[in-house]
Design a protein. Sequence first.
Length: 200
Amino acid sequence: MMNKWSKGWSIFIFSIGGIVVLLIFAIVLLFLNFRESLTPDEKEEAKVISQAEKYLQEKYPTMKYEISGVEYDKGSQHDKFDYAAVIINTETQNTFMVYENRHTKQMEDDIAFQELSKFIEQVTPKVHSYITETFGEPQGISFTPSLDNPSSLNIKLNNKKEEVNEKMFESFIDYLQRELKVEHAHVTIMYENEQWDKEF
């Protein structure tokens, strides 16, 4: 009886030991894979530098530039690339990135996006001033740049329904286009469980 119990206990211990060993092995493998994912691939870095040089010669033949390094998207923060060459325009000292778009497989740069982001950053205080003067202090304003789709402008007002009308919204759109020179945007204005949308 004791021998049977002892045998059963040994099998149990052996099974638990096997599971623990497997778990440790799996954890070590996961750790090694994780470390590898954080380390850039030298071949991929060399490839994107070569591609960037060719791209710059074709698209910006008169630009004077230096390649300062490679941006590796180890945290999947960028939707468009894994590796990007970081370029310094030596005449303007502006920095931008050249990369192969993972969706289109075409080489591109982020100069246009940077310019749009800077433009939106400059006009956002003017948008806030207009909204405050017309509707009162808003709960929040968010102006997000996008090249693939119209940039999105989301505004949350404190107003009640009877305090706003279509003409006020249309005047705001006119202000964005004529005064601020915003070319494309999807504007959403929210107030007291209501929502007003306009894309141009």
